[in-house]
Write a protein that binds this ligand. Structure first.
Ligand code: KG4
Ligand code: ZN
Length: 341
């Protein structure tokens, strides 16, 4: 491609957890979105930080090269490097930012630090239809559960959050109790389709304001399994589909219930979901139903932009290009969260 100097070309790198990812965004449009999903953790019950860092180091060169190649550009065309700078696993973040710093120094490219969580929300602005503002978004991932509000200046305010585990973490832990591979969320999604969501009932936690709690649900799930296994050692195997469907329904209903309470209060009528758990088929249906119930426009990102990816980092870098402080060598992973509390 013949890149003209008037174009805004962003190369993004994402290495917060167990995906090594790179993306190119030119004038706001995504031209490549390369993701290498580390398989090393699936039988280990969760992401092992040191294994993740080493796997990033092994793959990052190839992932970034593929991303540039797919966008048909070279590193010398890049105007800024957008880098996920936290939250995430420190070792993994350092691999991404260290690699970027090398590129930045060698080619004199400025670096844009991008907050990973805000980027999950910016994923909504990659493809049409994009949300009008103000926009209320339920951000549900493996490490976080937040309700955010984005105002007309694209600034984020934190409305509510989990006081303990995240929704994705609860799904992953329940999956682990059923001996399903990591990450358990997609497995629960898949197996739930064959189960009865009302087979087992778990009471939903009550937390003040627009906050969540998931640790009690995980304990209730554990207790059910322990008690039932004493009577029937094959309890999990014989009830796997119903267990998955029931815990998934409880978590989805609970996520929607609190979000709905906030929508009733705020009267915001542009709503969405983002983060890895936004890939969940039941939650995707539930947000559409909620939109109809409260007469709101609902927005659901493409599946490829829900779980961790670099396109969302590229889009966030592109949209915040002027505000983000470009740093030449003093890049600092895990900087302070940029939203209002
Ligand atoms: O956003 P993400 O990729 O990484 C973090 O920033 O944490 O989210 C990962 C989480 C994991 O807990 C995973 O189990 C969950 O997203 N997840 C799902 C689905 N796909 C990924 N949970 C439920 N259903 C899915 N289809
Ligand atoms: Zn994430």
């Amino acid at each position: 491609m013949n890149i003209k100097s008037t174009n805004k070309v962003i190369l993004a790198i994402e290495t917060s957890c167990d995906e090594t990812a790179a993306s190119v965004c030119i004038n706001g449009k995504i031209y490549s979105n390369v993701i290498f999903q580390q398989e090393d953790h699936s039988n280990l019950g969760g992401v092992v930080p040191e294994i993740a860092s080493r796997a990033h180091l092994k793959k990052i060169n190839q992932v970034v090269s593929n991303s540039l190649e797919q966008a048909n550009i070279s590193i010398t065309d890049v105007d800024a490097l957008a880098i996920a700078n936290g939250p995430g696993l420190m070792g993994s973040l350092l691999v991404g930012s260290g690699f970027a710093k090398g590129l930045a120094s060698a080619h004199s490219i400025p670096m844009l630090p991008v907050d990973h969580l805000s980027a999950h929300i910016y994923a909504h602005f990659i493809d049409a239809p994009i949300p009008e503002l103000p926009f209320a978004c339920l951000l549900v991932s493996g490490g976080h559960t937040f309700i955010f509000e984005m105002n007309e200046k694209y600034q984020l305010s934190l409305i509510g959050k989990t006081i303990d585990d995240a929704a994705g973490e609860a799904l992953d832990k329940c999956a682990k109790l059923m001996k399903l591979p990591y990450p358990g969320g997609p497995e629960i999604d898949r197996l739930s389709k064959m189960g009865n969501p009302n087979a087992f009932v778990f009471s939903k936690p009550k937390v003040a304001d627009y906050n969540y709690s998931f640790s009690g649900l995980k304990t209730a799930f554990l207790n059910l399994i322990r008690n039932q296994e004493q009577k029937n050692p094959n309890f999990i195997e014989e009830n796997l589909f119903d267990l998955c469907a029931s815990i998934q329904k409880t978590i989805v209903d609970y996520l929607i219930e609190v979000f709905k309470k906030y929508l009733k209060y705020s009267q915001i009528r542009n709503i969405g979901i983002s983060g890895g758990v936004a890939a969940n088929s039941m939650l995707r249906e539930a947000i559409a139903n909620l939109g109809e119930q409260v007469d709101a426009n609902f927005f659901i990102p493409d599946l490829s932009y829900c779980t961790d990816n670099a396109a969302m980092i590229a889009k966030a870098g592109d949209m915040q290009f002027d505000q983000l402080k470009t740093t030449e060598p003093n890049f600092e992973p895990y900087a302070k969260s940029p939203w209002k509390k």
